[in-house]
Design a protein around this ligand. Structure first.
Ligand code: ADP
Length: 248
């Protein structure tokens, strides 16, 4: 394994009834970088995400977090060790406020509650930390709003705050700007740029302008394999990438 990677994969493979969706992927995510996974539909990005977070077991290969083998661990163990993913809007509770969502995440065994559960000032801590996280994602003024009252972009920001509640070493974002208008895309890019400080982010993102603005390293997947990897400008100009996207 590469010495300086915080999250890495070697020969990672996943078969679905004989179909190889992820095919021998090697990946090294350097600490405190934004690493984008891109590629045409069906390239294996979601499957790779699910493998890295323990949501799917690998058919072969190995995953390491900070040099520790996490292959085959269940998602809650992987989360507790420091790999958090943003949850989808469908998992928000319509009537709970933004603050309550973040407080719940903080109280989960993989969040702060694990460390401070005996503290007398526990509830205060949860509330203060929840408000800090909500402020970080521009939701301070909507802390009391029920999730169902939040506009789409604000719901996605809440998902980000929930993921940050786990204080992850590596934050995985699944299409953070999907379905957003230009204004929300810009706002989300600003949020990710802010929360990335001191953190490592791996994101699947279709919007190449977003990738160009945020990513230090881009891995292009095609048919389950790594096609090209490198800095954005270099990857964007690569003939193989252009061909993959045009389907030629
Ligand atoms: P991407 O996220 O890049 O669009 P996916 O990881 O969703 O790609 O899918 C990669 C390939 O694996 C696709 O051909 C898809 O049909 C297949 N696949 C994904 N999940 C399953 C599954 N649960 N069962 C069978 N095939 C699957």
């Amino acid at each position: 394994m590469a010495g300086q990677a915080i999250l890495s994969a070697r020969g990672l493979t996943r078969d679905f009834r004989g179909f190889r969706a992820v095919d021998g992927v090697d990946l090294d995510v350097a600490p405190e970088t934004v690493h984008a996974l891109v590629g045409p539909n069906g390239a294996g990005k979601t499957t790779l995400f699910n493998l890295l977070t323990g949501f799917l077991p690998a058919s072969g290969g190995r995953i390491e977090l900070d040099g520790r083998d996490i292959t085959g661990l269940p998602p809650e163990r992987v989360a507790r060790l420091g790999v958090a993913r943003s949850f989808q809007i469908t998992s928000l509770f319509p009537q709970l406020s933004a603050r309550e969502h973040v407080q719940l995440a903080l109280q989960s065994p993989s969040g702060l509650g694990w460390r401070f559960w005996r503290s007398a000032t526990l509830m205060r801590r949860y509330r203060d930390r929840a408000d800090e996280l909500l402020a970080m994602v521009d939701l301070a003024e909507l802390a009391e709003a029920p999730a169902e009252a939040l506009a789409y972009g604000r719901k996605r920001a809440l998902e980000l705050a929930i993921a940050l509640a786990l204080d992850p070493k590596v934050l995985l974002l699944d299409e953070p700007t999907a379905g957003m208008g230009l204004e929300d895309v810009d706002r989300t890019v600003g949020l990710i740029a802010a929360v990335r400080k001191g953190r490592t982010v791996v994101m699947v993102e279709h919007n190449m302008s977003v990738v160009g603005r945020l990513a230090d390293t881009v891995t292009v997947l095609q048919a389950g394999k790594v096609l090209v990897e490198g800095p954005y400008e270099q990857v964007r100009a690569d003939e193989r990438v252009i061909t993959a996207y045009l389907g030629a």
